[in-house]
Design a protein around this ligand. Structure first.
Ligand SMILES: [Zn+2]
Ligand SMILES: [Zn+2]
Length: 313
């Protein structure tokens, strides 16, 4: 971060504050690659897993050693292997997850239940009904857990930052109880696949995996078809740990943009020293109507927006 720092904010939790006056159009933060990302299945063959370039109805030309991950160029596949696939851990993980999912997706499994977490962790639970999002979430968790193994400074810095993020799986399950099936399904896939990889065995625990699920739920940035229009497709999601410390305003003083897979945050107006920097979550989907918007933010991110546009007093 440039010209700003992470501090406790008045609303509780952390926020990003200017350490000096910052002129408009200044890049205050850029994160070159996400901590972890997931391209949703319908777009997987048509989207570069590294730079997120998307060609509708045309497969990306460069394949990884395993199905379901494609790249737009040899530079992108090389960069992805270097950045994420330390010792081949991630490709092995994705391969075993996808195989497990394909072998079990059409079987009729059991329903999830809150008391099943412990039994799932020790693999004593019955096979659960699996949906495609469970497979997506298992891949996401695998990319987070394997990133912990990458010994570069960049990766370790992201791991440290991610451990400070808010995780909201409990709130999410209270708001949408039926989504438990997806998360427990994802956890069962992980226990029955990547837990067998020696470097990951100790990492596939209920606490750790649920923590990372909860981070994704409230901190992930959508990967959108660019340029962004109201009808753009959402291709996937990505977690950028430091950028997640920017709080939301419906009238933000900063804007976010993607350059390939890099997330860049730029000031949208002059910002006085000590002011908090805000971005808009879900910016192009935010309802115009105040009540609808407050409701949308509450349901999607579990906070009551108190920004100048929403505050009632
Ligand atoms: Zn690419
Ligand atoms: Zn607001």
């Amino acid at each position: 971060m440039k010209f700003c720092e992470i501090r406790e904010s008045a609303t509780g939790g952390r926020g990003v504050f200017a350490t000096q006056a910052i002129p408009r159009d200044t890049v205050v933060h850029s994160e070159q690659v996400p901590y972890a990302s997931i391209i949703f299945k319908p777009f997987r063959n048509e989207t570069c897993a590294y730079c997120f370039k998307w060609n509708s109805n045309r497969n990306m030309p460069v394949c990884a050693a395993i199905p379901g991950i494609r790249f737009c160029s040899t530079q992108c596949i090389e960069a992805w292997y270097l950045q994420y696939n330390y010792c081949g851990y991630l490709t092995s993980a994705i391969d075993s997850i996808v195989r497990y999912y394909n072998a079990h997706k059409d079987m009729r499994g059991e329903a999830a239940a809150p008391y099943l977490w412990d039994a799932l962790e020790t693999d004593q639970a019955p096979s659960l009904d699996l949906d495609e999002t469970a497979c997506n979430m298992a891949i996401y968790a695998a990319s987070v857990l394997t990133r912990e193994c990458v010994p570069t400074d960049d990766a370790q810095h992201q791991v440290e930052q991610a451990c400070k993020l808010q995780s909201s799986l409990t709130e999410l399950l209270q708001a949408i109880p039926e989504i438990l099936q997806t998360y427990q399904g994802a956890f069962q896939i992980l226990v029955r696949t990547i837990k067998k990889q020696p470097e990951l065995t100790d990492k596939v625990t209920k606490e750790k995996v649920c923590y990372y699920f909860g981070i994704e739920a409230v901190n992930a940035f959508g990967i959108w078809e660019q340029p962004l229009f109201s009808d753009s497709e959402c291709l996937g999601s990505a977690v950028y740990p430091e950028a997640s410390f920017f709080n939301h305003s419906c009238d933000p003083n900063c804007g976010k943009s993607f350059i390939g897979s890099a997330l860049v945050i730029t000031t949208a107006r002059d910002i006085p020293s000590d002011s908090e920097l805000f971005i808009a979550y879900g910016s192009h989907k935010l309802p115009e109507d105040r009540d609808e918007r407050v409701d949308y933010l509450q349901k999607r991110w579990f906070f009551t927006c108190q920004c100048p546009k929403c505050a009632t007093t």
